[in-house]
Design a protein around this ligand. Structure first.
Ligand code: CTP
Ligand code: MG
Length: 223
């Protein structure tokens, strides 16, 4: 395979609550990180997976993932972008890189393949996208609405987000503040970001109710 997956998993999970970091929380007996790694490793194109673990939990994470020969574990950093940069630093010879949140633990292997395929077909970057169901408005600092973009032009963006490794490295080197996603850094460099169809299984686990929903998805849709 020509794909290296970087998994930022070092967040605390403050909105989820509880004592363990979010990536180490259990869903049907496996940690969210194990679920994410299982599915990334099942994508045929993936030949390496680099995990940025919560500081202090590296050894435990290494043991939990020891079944998978593709995995390397490093220590995460104080924000997501810095955790991604640390993982990227361990992949100097990577070709295509996919950055994937441990919090999107149930993302199916087919999404990894679709994002990688878009990069191979020439996109600078690619991201999974779903239509939004809410009307989204832009507001100012006082909460006054300043714009209402056409909903048919809006997408909710998931992970994995892909691009060539050298482009991601340049995007990180050029970043002057913290972006909420990796494709955003590529856009600032003028790169063309292609969307591929996302999946409801790629939902982000953020709040306690999301754990219930993820459990429900596992029970009904399966893995
Ligand atoms: N992440 C990371 N390093 C950080 C912060 C976040 O690697 N310093 C990772 C998280 O582990 C997660 C992904 O980035 O897989 C998306 O972040 P988010 O969903 O916000 O997770 P947390 O930061 O853990 O949650 P919260 O913001 O509620 O504390
Ligand atoms: Mg966070």
């Amino acid at each position: 395979g020509d794909v290296t997956v970087l998994i930022p998993a070092a967040g605390q999970g403050l909105r989820l609550g509880g004592t363990l970091p979010k990536a180490l929380r259990l869903l049907r007996g496996r940690t969210l990180l194990q679920h994410a790694v299982d599915r990334a490793a099942a994508a045929p194109s993936v030949s390496a997976i680099i995990v940025a673990a919560p500081p202090g939990w590296e050894e435990q994470v290494r043991q939990q993932l020891s079944w998978c020969p593709l995995v390397t574990v490093t220590t995460g950093a104080q924000n997501r972008q810095a955790s991604v940069a640390k993982a990227l630093a361990l992949a100097p010879r990577a070709d295509i890189v996919l950055v994937h949140d441990a919090a999107r633990a149930l993302t199916p292997p087919a999404i990894f393949e679709a994002v990688a395929a878009a990069i191979r077909s020439g996109a600078d970057a690619a991201v999974p996208a779903l239509a939004v169901t809410d009307t989204i408005k832009v507001v100012d600092a006082e909460g006054i609405v300043t714009a209402t973009p056409q909903r048919e032009n809006l997408r909710a963006i998931q992970t994995p987000q892909g691009c060539r490794a050298d482009l991601l490295a340049r995007a990180h080197a050029a970043s002057f503040d913290v972006a909420t996603d990796d494709a955003g850094l590529i856009e600032r460099l003028g790169g063309r970001v292609k969307t591929v169809p996302g999946s409801h299984m790629a939902m982000k686990i953020t709040h306690p109710a999301d754990m219930e929903w993820a459990q429900h998805l596992l029970d009904t849709v399966g893995d």
